[in-house]
Design a protein around this ligand. Structure first.
Ligand code: DLZ
Length: 164
């Protein structure tokens, strides 16, 4: 069956995060949404064995700044993966499209440039209701999903590095 909502996942299918280190960049725009996503992400990492001291959290003003925040983590820390968490809500101007495009492109480039999992935890919704539904509401929490994705990608990288 296709995966539609990673918040409903098989707990046994996720590798242990006991020895993994994570950086989380949170956008302050729509903070009631992004903080709920970040809370979900942190709780999920800890649930899978990550030590609290191995999770570093930093804030940036808006989603557009997520990419550079991620680059700072990649340059100046030894994290194994970076989670970019933001929420862009469509307004009356094309600003939404430019921000979404910028972060999508920026996150992709960071993945490639640093050979490091940089997880796209950006909600791009038409309204606040849709965002709330995906930040701990009836459609799960995209922060949890970003955490699971990060763990799985680190595990994959380590496996291949070890020649498995
Ligand atoms: C300017 C702006 C607007 C209109 N909307 C959002 C949004 O919905 N979500 C978000 O995270 N940030 C928004 N921003 C701020 C931009 O991301 C950025 O911080 C500013 O353009 C300054 O570079």
């Amino acid at each position: 069956m296709a995966t539609r909502n990673l918040s409903d996942y098989d707990i046994n299918s996720v590798p242990s995060a006991e020895k993994m280190k994570f950086g989380i960049v949170i956008a302050e725009w729509n903070y009631h949404i992004t903080s709920a996503m970040a809370k979900g992400a942190i709780e999920t990492l800890i649930k899978h064995g990550c030590k609290e001291e191995n999770i570093r959290v930093k804030h940036v003003p808006g989603s557009f700044e997520l990419t550079l925040g991620g680059q700072f983590f990649a340059e100046y820390t030894d994290v194994d993966a970076i989670l970019l968490i933001g929420s862009v809500i469509k307004g009356e101007t094309p600003h939404f499209d430019y921000i979404c495009q910028g972060v999508t492109q920026g996150a992709t480039e960071l993945n490639m440039k640093y050979n490091l999992p940089v997880i796209f935890g950006l909600l791009t919704t038409l309204n606040e209701k849709q965002a709330l539904e995906r930040a701990g509401g009836k459609l799960g929490n995209k922060g949890d999903e970003a955490a699971i994705t990060a763990i799985k990608m680190i595990a994959l990288q380590q496996e291949l590095e070890e020649g498995k």
